[in-house]
Design a protein around this ligand. Structure first.
Ligand code: BAL
Ligand code: ZN
Length: 844
């Protein structure tokens, strides 16, 4: 494949003033007529006129009304054009019903919809499909579908047609069109300057009852962005559409957000507490893009983190404000370690701002999104809340309507704070997770922390320079009182020490409070000290981390030394779980053990070859020990956190359910599933129903309940996704691959639907003992299905290749089997650019 480099960026020779598009919709032969006003870019040489275009049949083209015959290739066209401004017109034909890649214009359940980010617009018509070319779009849609939507405001409509106009200039990747038999859940919002905005969530008939929660989330997001960032909405109407077949979670098209139905449809009967929270966050995320992404967009795709890191950061602030900030922070850390650290530790490691790619779709990653958000969190910590707000205001005023770079972003901080951010900028260019080693010394009332940072080599980056690390630290005295409240140390050197003076006794340090930098902290400590922090730390993240480290050390000793489950850990956990002053959601998080993947990586980094089966067994043994060590406490927690009355998805009842269900999972290991069976039978909401079913499946029971569940829900696609993934996830390791294979032959399996494919094979890859089973069946099955999916949907195929990214940590046999599967994939004659880039990077 051809590699594209950040350094090769050149400004566009031609800019777009206006675009008029007419769609004559037909499943197999849609005609797209375009009329584009091009003007020479006064700041760049014009060069050869070039328009992107893929999988289009060109019917005809003209310039200023005179027919022309452009030179057409597989990915675009060139044409001789006048030296001044001109009007380009073209007519192309496309086949949405045959578009299974779900990129460009495609059909889902008889409904037309689009996905253009990153480079899907070129599958709709010939156009300069790059984010730094922004135009004002007017769109006419012709077709039988009763509902026809596009960006901006509705202009006119008649029998069989509708017109939309978006006054805000935008890049093509924000274009959207939807047409189909849809019903809306309407509402409205009055902005703080008094403008009324019509709001709609559009769904297939039958799903009307699942829109209310998303609508509330939208209104909360609109209000929050006004209150916290001073950003108002800027059109008369805001539409959201739910689509069943969608590669991503959702898409922020201007005024017409398109959502994977799993990320917007919600009802107590069909959605879990986790689904509700995720839906609220994604609605907020897409809405927040209206300013961070749409009003200010990216100059080129290397700058993706400019809009994604910032928007993830904003949605995490929103969730912290709507729910529990500590619980959100701890959940984000768990997710960052599970996905981003994993990426940073393997062959796919790349900087937050990558410097080259073959297929940009492969860079919608945890590094760009979640590490990109962490970088913004660090920046805010370093400059302070007030300076952050000032810099953001400058960013919005200075760059409104522009396509920007990370340099633009950092410049507003440098100018508004007077800080030199040149070293901080390494967070954007240097891949890999820094390791932060800390040791301590104590003399004459002075306590000193000695830090050393190092970042391991990553592909293409053998040597790393020191990063700016904001390290939030507090000190706790021997009696458990805090003697130094949280203070921010700013580390810039490879090695650096910080002292605290005038102390009466040697304190215990609480380091990296709130997880103030995305690093791996190495500190020699003992169980007594961890138990002390677990009991006394005032910082919820550090407190949780102390417990997690205790659990991890205990599991590591069980795995490497055949140790018994650690009584000190079990005792400390029981104390914490009994503390009624602690948020039940926090206690539920504290009860969760480090994941199998986390343990595998830690074993690898400490010189062991991880055995996935043994990791699974030892985690099971620890869970049995937890159940045996505190049966009465667990039964008490389960009973005390039953939530009476009508289901509400809010944080408080969700927290109670989380704690009760964590207790239930342990209790079920010893009560034969009696409680879980009862809960399943009487559940009136999906959280309780699914938790009970999971408990049963995890103790090899629940056959009956699984059937009941199927009979109850077989007409609901989103619930059926849960039915598919649950069976794979809870199968005994030796049965995981066979279960996924069997489910793929089920009449409800549909490989063209990304949600269903991921429910089945994503569950396979996220069940390590099953996926990495010594037989190699997991590897073989995944490769078989990725080979089948690639010709249809390259984007989802490539994404799922990441299951193999940890392959070099395993033994020679497993490595040999994985290599063989990757090579088998690489040898497919027509492998997509997406998948071939992923496979070759993983093998490199
Ligand atoms: N821009 C792609 C989907 C999202 O991050 O919102
Ligand atoms: Zn986004």
């Amino acid at each position: 494949g051809q590699t594209i480099y950040l350094d090769d960026y050149t400004a566009p020779g031609w800019l777009v003033e206006e675009v008029h598009l007419t769609f004559r919709l037909a499943p197999e032969a849609t005609r797209v007529l375009s009329k584009v006003r091009f003007v020479p870019n006064p700041d760049a040489p014009q060069g050869q006129f070039y328009l992107h275009g893929e999988q289009l049949s060109l019917i005809g083209a003209s310039i200023d009304g005179t027919p022309v015959s452009p030179e057409v290739t597989e990915d675009g066209l060139t044409c001789d054009v006048p030296s001044g401004a001109f009007t380009w017109e073209a007519e192309v034909e496309i086949a949405p019903a045959k578009n299974f890649a779900l990129e460009g214009l495609y059909m889902s359940n008889g409904m037309y919809c689009t996905q253009c980010e990153a480079e899907g617009f070129r599958k709709i018509t010939y156009y300069p499909d790059r984010p730094d070319v922004m135009g004002v779009f007017t769109v006419r849609i012709e077709g039988e579908a009763p509902v026809k939507l596009s960006n901006g405001n509705p202009v006119r409509e008649g029998e069989g047609w509708a017109e939309w106009h978006d006054p805000w200039p935008k890049p093509a990747y924000l274009f959207a069109l939807v047409a189909g038999d849809l019903v809306n859940h309407p509402d409205s919002f009055t902005t703080r300057s008094g403008k009324d905005v019509a709001l709609n969530i559009w769904v297939r008939p039958g799903d009307e009852g699942k829109c209310a929660f998303g609508m509330e989330a939208l209104k909360k997001s609109m209000k929050w962005d006004e209150d916290v960032y001073g950003r108002e909405y800027d059109l008369d109407i805001f539409n959201i559409v739910a689509v069943d077949d969608f590669n991503m979670g959702a898409m922020e098209n201007k005024g017409l957000n398109i959502f994977n139905s799993s990320c917007v449809l919600a009802s107590p009967e069909t959605s879990t507490d986790a689904n509700f929270e995720r839906i609220e966050a994604i609605i907020a995320h897409e809405y927040f893009h209206n300013w961070t992404g749409n009003r200010i967009t990216c100059r080129d795709w290397f700058q993706l983190c400019l809009k994604e890191g910032l928007t993830v950061y904003r949605d995490s602030q929103f969730t912290s404000d709507m729910r529990s900030a500590p619980v959100k922070r701890i959940s984000d850390v768990i997710d960052l370690r599970a996905r981003q650290f994993r990426e940073d530790n393997g062959p796919l490691a790349h900087p937050v701002r990558p410097e080259s790619f073959q297929e940009i779709n492969n860079f919608y990653t945890a590094t760009v999104y979640e590490k990109g958000a962490e970088v913004i969190g660090m920046l805010k910590r370093l400059v302070g809340d007030e300076a952050y707000a000032k810099a953001l205001d400058l960013y919005f005023t200075r760059h409104d309507g522009q396509a920007c770079t990370i340099e633009d972003w950092l410049a507003v901080f440098e100018e508004s704070t007077g800080r030199d951010l040149s070293q901080f900028k390494r967070w954007y260019s240097q891949a890999g997770t820094p390791r932060l080693h800390v040791s301590e010394s104590w003399a004459d009332g002075t306590f000193t922390l000695h830090f050393r940072q190092e970042t391991p080599a990553t592909p293409g980056q053998p040597d790393k320079a020191p990063q700016v690390l904001p390290i939030a630290v507090g000190l706790i005295g021997p009696n458990g009182d805090e003697v130094q409240e949280t203070t921010l140390l700013e580390m810039t050197e490879s090695e650096q020490s910080f002292s605290f003076t005038g102390l009466g006794a040697r304190p215990v340090p609480s380091i990296l409070r709130e997880f103030s930098a995305p690093v791996i902290l190495h500190r020699e400590s003992d169980n007594a000290e961890r138990a002390f922090l677990l009991a006394h730390d005032t910082d919820p993240y550090c407190r949780w981390e102390a417990g997690r480290t205790l659990a991890k050390q205990a599991l590591m000793r069980m795995i490497t030394d055949n140790a018994e489950p650690d009584q000190a850990y079990l005792g400390a956990l029981a104390t914490l779980l009994s503390d009624e002053t602690l948020d039940p959601a926090f206690r539920a998080l504290a009860m969760a053990l480090p994941s199998e993947d986390d343990l595998a990586q830690t074993l690898f980094e400490t010189g062991h070859v991880p055995d996935p089966q043994r990791i699974w067994e030892k985690r099971q043994e620890m869970r049995d020990a937890m159940a045996d060590a505190m049966p009465d406490l667990l039964a008490g927690l389960f009973a005390a956190h039953q939530v009476p009355g009508t289901y509400q998805p809010d944080a408080a009842p969700a927290a109670a359910r989380a704690l009760a269900n964590s207790a239930l999972a342990l209790l079920s290991r010893r009560d034969g599933g009696e409680r879980a069976r009862a809960q399943f039978a009487k559940a009136d909401n999906m959280t309780q129903e699914l938790a009970a079913l999971s408990c049963l499946l995890s103790i090899d029971a629940g056959e009956e309940e699984l059937k009941t569940f199927y009979d109850q829900w077989h007409d609901d696609r989103l619930v059926m996704d849960k039915w598919f993934s649950l069976q794979v996830a809870y199968a005994p390791p030796a049965q995981v691959a066979a279960t996924a294979e069997r489910l793929a032959t089920h009449s409800d399996f549909d490989m063209k639907n990304p949600n269903r494919f991921r429910a089945t094979f994503g569950a396979l890859t996220m069940t390590p003992a099953g996926f990495h089973h010594a037989s190699g069946a997991g590897y073989r099955l995944l490769a078989d299905w990725l080979i089948k999916l690639d010709p249809l949907n390259p984007q989802t195929t490539a994404r799922m290749c990441t299951a193999f990214q940890t392959w070099t940590r395993y033994d020679a046999d497993r490595q040999g089997m994985i290599r063989a599967e990757l090579e088998r994939m690489a040898a497919q004659p027509k492998l997509s650019r997406d998948t071939s880039e992923m496979v070759s990077r993983i093998l490199a």
